[in-house]
Design a protein around this ligand. Structure first.
Ligand code: ZN
Length: 332
């Protein structure tokens, strides 16, 4: 890893409207040999950013780690202290065999939480950004770690927005190949959040939820839209499915904020090999989401990193998306 001091020379923090939120401590979470959710994922994204031809539009910010108190806006204190204790004790896993931990894991978790909080604040100031959150978050519940996730970053951003805009309506689109069961559960009864997820069939894929007939509960009924697709779905079908469903959902909901849970594990080159989405489809969906954001809530587009386990895909595609977003929002 290029050290942060040199990195800051190439990407000095500045005041451009669209910002990339990054904390190298997110790489302290060591998951062991050849584990798919690894520190090299972030390293690959950073390497890709360093080799971008035009860096003028790219604006990195380096927010501090979150405090435990800040995280209690969403997660119970006893869950957080149990997590911290078990990391420091040198335990191997926390709550699930999918969640290996090491003594520094809690530092990485606080760093990632800090990125989510910074992005929430930035969205409140009518600007957008991309938080390079690791470990990822969309499988984490309020007091439940699973699927590589410990904190729910979409939930933390929602809490941060809510502090300034108690009635804000937030549209979350989750295009990770796995259903974001944590995010879905948190907002299941909430009609101020519209959660739309496109993912691989729950009959064949972890976490086994996200069926088409799960549409939200009680007051939140009609505010969850699941778009499961069979394993092996190609990128054209994936893109068409998002585009043909999002327009109506969003025009009815009329959001104040747009949030993308961006996982890149539906990519044809991802080792999970669940779908065949290509670079061009991701770039196209990001263009669509930029256009939608400009129509409904100009500038307020927040992106958080979820899954995606091909280091090569992360190295070239995420920086390209960062370029695309930065060139659009930082153009003036
Ligand atoms: Zn995933």
């Amino acid at each position: 890893m290029t050290n942060l001091k040199n990195f800051k020379k190439i990407f000095p923090p500045n005041e451009l409207p669209f910002r990339i939120f990054f904390n190298p401590d997110c790489m302290l979470h060591d998951t062991g040999f050849s584990y798919p959710e690894c520190a090299q994922r972030l390293q690959s994204i950073i390497e890709g950013c360093l080799s971008l031809a035009n860096k003028d539009f790219i604006c990195f910010n380096y927010p501090p780690a979150a405090s435990i108190s800040q995280l209690t806006s969403l997660h119970p204190r006893d869950y957080l202290t149990r997590l911290e204790t078990q990391c420091l004790q040198g335990r191997e896993f926390f709550m699930s065999l999918d969640n290996p931990i090491c003594p520094q894991t809690f530092d990485a978790i606080l760093a990632a939480g800090g990125l989510a909080i910074a992005l929430g604040n930035h969205l409140n100031s009518r600007k957008g950004g991309f938080a390079l959150t690791r470990p990822p978050g969309h499988h984490a519940g309020i007091a439940k770690a699973e699927g590589f996730c410990f904190l729910n970053h979409a939930g933390l951003i929602e809490r941060q927005i809510r502090k300034e805009y108690p009635k804000a309506k937030i549209f979350i689109i989750d295009f990770d190949v796995h259903h974001g069961n944590g995010t879905s559960d948190i907002f299941l009864e909430d009609n101020r959040i519209f959660y739309m997820s496109i993912h691989s069939s729950p009959k064949q894929t972890y976490p086994g939820s996200g069926h088409k007939d799960e549409k939200g509960e009680r007051g939140g009924k009609g505010y969850t839209l699941n778009l499961p697709l069979p394993v092996g779905t190609d990128g054209d079908t994936w893109l068409k499915t998002v585009e043909s469903n999002i327009t109506e959902a969003i025009s009815v909901f009329n959001p104040d904020f747009m949030l993308i849970s961006a996982g890149f594990d539906a990519h044809v080159d991802d080792p999970f090999a669940l779908m065949r989405v290509e670079d061009k489809h991701y770039l196209s969906i990001v263009s669509t989401l930029i256009a939608i954001t400009e129509t409904y809530c100009p500038g307020r587009l927040g992106i958080i990193l979820e899954g995606g386990y091909s280091l090569d895909v992360l190295r070239h595609l995420v920086p390209e998306i960062i370029s695309q977003l930065s060139a659009f929002y930082n153009r003036d």
